[in-house]
Write a protein that binds this ligand. Structure first.
Ligand SMILES: O=C(O)CCC(=O)C(=O)O
Ligand SMILES: [Fe+2]
Length: 438
């Protein structure tokens, strides 16, 4: 299973249709999909694992989500996680620990792209990434639940999984484990009062074999043990930072442009900040910002276009798939062929204006491009086309060829389209983040 087909989700879930997965399983209940041994060939393996853990920090610092942990059993037989370095993996593995590499996709471009495609195909607003679990025979994590969605891809060896089919907690705030005293605790040892210990006799049981997939919604109890030999598996997870992680960057983008929002809350000295007294200036400052925020949120909530833009920007962007735009080296010619850079139809949102459409927002290549309303017929035509001749545009763009060429030039420069004649391999690497105009 190699990436970049645009059908990664369907291939991963096969033979369960993505529609059925979303309707019956996503967020609701666990799903085991039996595969074939070759299903994940080309996606990842032990050799790539060794390379990825070195590569993650190689030409640029790895994201903070990347890290290698070894789970050792302490003298009470409980797992204790310890951060280790790439060169310690071999030794840790031979001394019977499970090794978990968080965000291993940071060190493997193929995995990062696969995860990015899954995000796009599920229209998820938060990033998807892969972690990897390497366990020697008999080892694997004890009973716990995670706060994130987990889709396990068994790559090699077999692992016995036992899990609750239904979540015990809907979107739990944090991961929790069952400790030796049978009580449910967070990783920091705090007791989880609202969740009773699991009845493990009710757990489902399945032996994951190479090519198998197991989906667990957040909050499903599970444990796993390598069976008969060592096991290598990927866990694809979707960050559950929720809507806050969509909204906050948007608010920052708008508000940080204003001097009042860049300014500090007024400083003051002790004399004006004694108990029972708040400095008037600080009160006025905070109150004004909260009123402005309230007004901004009210405006966003009642503006259909803004609601759609917010969603399209978050669900349509996958920075690891983005390509750099092409600054046209020569003018576009009518006989030239243009291609969409991504395997997805372009999407758009419109802002109505007096007597027509004032702005068309076009989405592709992890960017939003704002175009004047007269671009709508061109945008509509582009949305469904993967490949077309420049001369054809005149027939469906409803504008002069000259105007259409101007608009196509913008889309080439932003990387939504590319010239077939110019090889994509020659393109410089993608920018790290998507950019959005206002
Ligand atoms: O493979 C294991 O030992 C545990 C994996 C796990 O807990 C997970 O993927 O969430
Ligand atoms: Fe887990």
């Amino acid at each position: 299973m190699a990436g970049d087909t645009g059908r990664e989700l369907a291939e991963l879930l096969h033979p369960v249709p993505p529609e059925q997965f979303l309707a019956e399983y996503w967020e609701k209940q666990a799903l085991h999909i039996r595969g074939t041994p070759g299903k994940f060939a080309g996606l990842f393996d032990r050799e790539r694992f060794d390379r990825a853990i070195l590569h993650a920090n190689f030409d640029r610092p790895a994201p903070s989500s990347f890290g290698i942990r070894a789970f050792w059993r302490n003298r009470h037989g409980l797992y204790a996680a310890m951060e280790i370095e790439p060169h310690q993996v071999r030794e840790a593995f031979s001394s019977r620990t499970t090794i978990c590499v968080n965000d291993i996709s940071a060190g493997d471009a193929g995995l990062a792209r696969f995860a990015a495609h899954i995000k796009r195909q599920l229209h998820l607003s938060t990033p998807v990434h892969f972690s990897c679990y390497l366990s020697p025979e008999g080892e694997g994590l004890d009973t716990h639940y995670d706060a994130r969605h987990a889709t396990i891809l068994q790559l090699s060896g077999r692992k016995q999984w036992r899990y609750s089919r239904l979540p015990v907690s809907h979107y739990p705030a944090r991961n929790a484990i069952v400790e030796q005293d049978g009580r449910v605790r967070y990783a920091d040892g705090k007791l989880v009062k609202e969740v009773p210990p699991p009845d493990e006799s009710q757990f489902e049981e399945v032996l994951l074999e190479p090519g198998d997939v197991l989906y667990l919604p957040p909050g499903c109890w599970h444990n796993a043990k390598a069976n008969g030999e060592s096991s290598l598996a990927l866990t694809m997870s979707c960050s559950t930072s929720g809507f806050m992680s969509v909204l906050v960057p948007e608010l920052e983008r708008v508000l940080q442009q204003k001097v009042e929002w860049r300014a500090l809350v007024p400083a003051c000295l002790d004399a004006s900040a004694q108990a029972g007294k708040m400095p008037e200036e600080a009160r006025r400052f905070i109150s004004s910002r909260l009123h402005e925020l309230h007004e901004l949120l009210g405006k966003l909530a009642s503006d259909e276009t803004e609601i759609e833009r917010l969603w399209r920007r978050a669900s349509g962007s996958s920075p690891s798939l983005a390509v750099a735009g092409q600054v046209p080296a020569s003018a576009l010619k009518p006989e030239e062929v243009l291609l969409r850079t991504e395997p997805y139809p372009l999407t758009y949102a419109q802002r109505p204006g007096p007597g027509g459409v004032a702005t068309v927002y076009l989405y592709g290549n992890s960017v939003e491009v704002a175009l004047p309303g007269d671009a709508l017929p061109l945008v509509r035509g582009l949305a469904s086309r993967e490949r077309f001749k420049v001369a054809e545009v005149e027939a469906w763009a409803g504008t002069s060829l000259e105007r259409a060429l101007e608009l196509l030039g913008v889309l080439l420069a932003r990387g939504l389209l590319r010239r077939e004649a110019e090889s994509s391999a020659a393109e410089p690497p993608a920018p790290a983040t998507a950019s959005h105009p206002d």
